[in-house]
Design a protein around this ligand. Structure first.
Ligand code: BGC
Length: 735
């Protein structure tokens, strides 16, 4: 007994020592942080006090396409910005848009935003952030222009592929992970585009109208999380207007929400050429003007005109000082005054390429697999037909500002030949041809892209008949998924539907792989082909990843980050005739019913729902319970359940927790995502998972009281693996 007591005492002492050590080091870290902050404040104050007005203003506008001049005399370095968000863009000439032709700027290219979101795995966003940070530093960049986190409001928005999701919660989780990781490498992010840049049509003139509730519940949360949880150092104002004022000079957005409510202390920059005035923009909180076409940089709104505005007393000097302070603060945070301790960066390492591969592999969403024709046992077949332009198309180098000069890009055809070509005959036929062309700012190049090319189809049918299995790589390309314009419809271009139908008739063992970054109409093929895999733009490792998913080396675990409608007019903005707006105004009349919130509330059956994706194994959810039945408004719900892999392959399930408020004083979406987890399981393995939801997160935004409100009463927690496949529910009450 005595020995036991002695042992217990020793254990307690050790625990106490460990705890004291943790507290002491945490205390020391806090004290160190305060010291650093004070040092920074003092340094910033001192630098500002030594600067002339001209020098201050030189920090507030670019002096070339992507650089801002420093103040040499005071040791303030030049600021180097580069496009992201899924790779560090190749070097562009200082004074025109041509590429500089460097031989050292080929980079790692990740799958773009929708693909990253489709992994539902924030750990991959962390990896991407770290890699981008390292490559940005290697290229001596200080700011990487990403992530792009606008809500996917319409299937047609040209930039959907760069953004992440129709759901603000999923966006928040991925964005925060990405931002924290990237900034840990001493590079600032620029979260874009603040705010409501949800279409490319008239993006630089359209005025977005939305309710305060839609702003608070749908369009703002991602940005809020990016700033308050992610600690984003810079934010990029959108091109469009918001409630009558340009986003770059919007008092409500920039002073009231961004600075005051979110406590943003970083730099608010314009999108390229998105400044419109000097005085108003200066007074409403813009810090940095980037990218106008005026050749003389001194003529920019935040150059000589700003100096004059200060001299005339229209802009107080204190306002200029505030902006300079913001710029210097970001420079300090990214260690620009401490180069010897700054991340040195690395480029194109095998780890970087592995990270790009992992994202692509985990992003793939298996939409349909009738008769389990996937995975393909390549060791049991003699021949495979590979059909489609996207089997050989390299995608990394297009899309406009997010285009990447990838070090390499493995296409699906290359990967399949390389992995299986020794034993399997690979029969390639183009099947359809790219008939569109890209012309910046105009979607005219998309028209005339619906021609069915029977000659190519006949060739495809021939190889399909000669092969054991057929894989068609179709979908879109960056003539459609691109910055600067929106698509005209949701159809698969170039007569692909006809091709897919004819090929499947010739060989029923046909798998369709969709390469695209935004929803396309699949209604014409779901009943014609047994298997559909959505592989996104997969970055530089696209081919390797998709080949491994097709062969079963990788078990698909991606889930849709957006709803795929049967037809465009099911989709909220289009059902209400509010895309892309009229007379340069767009009214977000669907309000908070964006994406699945609309489909589920209006009971419209989509083609494939938000959060959906199959696996080569099976999963079962059981034992869903909460720690209490009744919660206080400041409480936290601990929801517990078990997930079992019921099949014979290793795999991952994304368990999604939605909440609904059946009785409410306002219309609430049928359900809203409040938590999720990707659970990796060996065959037969079971894991217990706990998800937490703050009761305050069940609130809606009360427009009359201008505050968040949780109404007492019943809420239903719904657990499932898509917004439409709920397998367990638990009711709780809030006091
Ligand atoms: C885009 C931004 C981009 C910038 C610089 C703009 O046209 O909207 O996302 O970062 O150009 O290339």
């Amino acid at each position: 007994m005595n020995v036991l007591i002695l042992k217990l005492k020793i254990m307690m002492k050790t625990c106490f020592q460990i705890l004291s050590f943790i507290l002491l080091t945490a205390g020391m870290a806090n004290a160190q942080q305060t010291l650093n902050d004070n040092y920074q404040k003092e340094k910033i104050r001192s630098l500002i006090s030594q600067m002339t007005l001209q020098e201050k203003v030189s920090l507030l506008h670019a002096n070339s396409k992507f650089y801002v001049s420093g103040v040499k005399r005071l040791g303030i370095p030049e600021w180097a910005l580069s496009d992201g968000p899924h790779g560090v863009r190749a070097e562009i000439n200082r004074h025109d848009w041509a590429y500089a032709g460097w031989t050292t700027d080929s980079a790692t290219c990740f799958p773009p935003g929708t693909a990253l979101a489709a992994t539902w795995n924030p750990a991959l966003a962390v990896k991407q952030g770290l890699v981008l940070g390292e490559e940005a530093r290697f290229r001596k960049k200080d700011v990487l222009l990403g992530p792009g986190i606008n809500i996917i409001r319409s299937p047609l928005c040209g930039r959907n592929f760069e953004y992440m999701s129709e759901d603000p919660f999923l966006i928040s989780k991925m964005a925060v992970a990405y931002i924290k990781a990237l900034q840990s490498k001493d590079v600032a992010v620029s979260v874009k585009h603040w705010i409501a840049n949800n279409q490319e049509t008239h993006r630089d003139s359209v005025d977005v109208q939305m309710s305060e509730r839609a702003l608070r519940e749908i369009y703002l949360p991602g940005f809020k999380a990016a700033v308050t949880e992610g600690g984003a150092y810079t934010v990029m104002a959108a091109y469009n207007k918001f409630r009558g004022d340009w986003c770059s000079e919007n008092e409500y957005l920039n002073r009231q929400i961004l600075r005051k409510e979110l406590g943003f202390k970083g730099v608010l920059m314009t999108d390229w050429a998105a400044a419109h005035t000097t005085v108003k923009a200066a007074l409403t909180g813009l810090d940095l003007e980037m990218g106008t076409d005026k050749k003389d940089y001194n003529e920019w709104y935040f150059a000589d005109p700003l100096i004059k505005a200060v001299e005339r007393g229209e802009v107080p000097l204190s306002v200029v000082d505030e902006k300079v302070g913001n710029v210097l603060r970001v420079m300090f945070k990214t260690k620009m005054f401490d180069e010897s301790n700054r991340e040195k960066g690395k480029m194109n390492t095998p780890e970087h390429q592995k990270a790009a591969y992992n994202s692509a592999a985990e992003a793939a969403v298996l939409l349909q697999n009738k008769g389990n024709i996937l995975p393909i046992s390549f060791n049991k077949i003699k021949s495979v037909a590979i059909i489609g332009d996207n089997a050989t198309r390299k995608q990394c180098g297009a899309g406009l500002s997010s285009e990447i000069k990838a070090l390499y890009e493995i296409t699906p055809l290359e990967a399949i030949k390389q992995k299986f070509g020794a034993n399997v005959k690979v029969n390639f036929a183009r099947g359809y041809e790219k008939q569109s062309t890209f012309k910046e700012g105009s979607n005219r190049g998309q028209s005339n892209s619906d021609n069915v090319d029977w000659k190519l189809i006949q060739e495809a049918v021939k190889v399909a008949k000669e092969s054991d299995v057929v894989i068609i790589f179709g979908g879109l390309n960056h003539d459609f998924d691109t910055e600067s314009f929106d698509r005209q419809n949701m159809d698969l271009p170039y007569g692909q539907e006809v091709l897919m139908r004819e090929v499947a008739k010739a060989n029923p063992k046909t798998v369709v792989v969709i390469v695209a970054g935004s929803p396309v109409k699949l209604a014409g093929i779901v009943n014609q082909v047994p298997a559909i895999l959505w592989s996104w733009y997969g970055g530089m490792e696209a081919g390797n990843a998709v080949a491994d998913v097709l062969s079963g080396k990788v078990n698909p675990s991606g889930k849709l980050p957006f709803t795929i409608p049967v037809a465009l007019d099911q989709s909220p903005a289009h059902a209400l005739g509010n895309f892309p707006g009229k007379d340069l105004k767009v009214n977000y009349e669907e309000d908070v019913l964006v994406g699945y919130r609309w489909f589920d509330t209006k009971k419209i059956q989509p083609q494939f729902p938000f959060g959906y994706g199959l696996s080569y194994t099976g999963f079962a959810l059981s034992g869903f319970s909460t720690d209490k039945n009744i919660y206080e408004k400041d409480g936290i719900i601990h929801a517990k359940f078990a997930v079992k892999n019921t099949g014979r392959r290793y795999g991952a399930e994304v368990v999604q927790l939605y909440v609904s408020d059946p009785v409410s004083s306002v219309l609430r979406p049928e359900k809203e995502l409040k938590a999720f987890e990707k659970v990796f399981l060996q065959p037969g393995e079971t894991k217990t998972v706990e998800l937490q939801v703050k009761v305050s997160d069940l609130a809606f935004y009360d427009e009359t009281k201008k505050t968040w409100k949780v109404e007492a009463g019943e809420f239903v927690l719904q657990l499932g693996n898509s917004s439409r496949n709920i397998s367990k529910t638990v009711k709780i009450s809030v006091k």
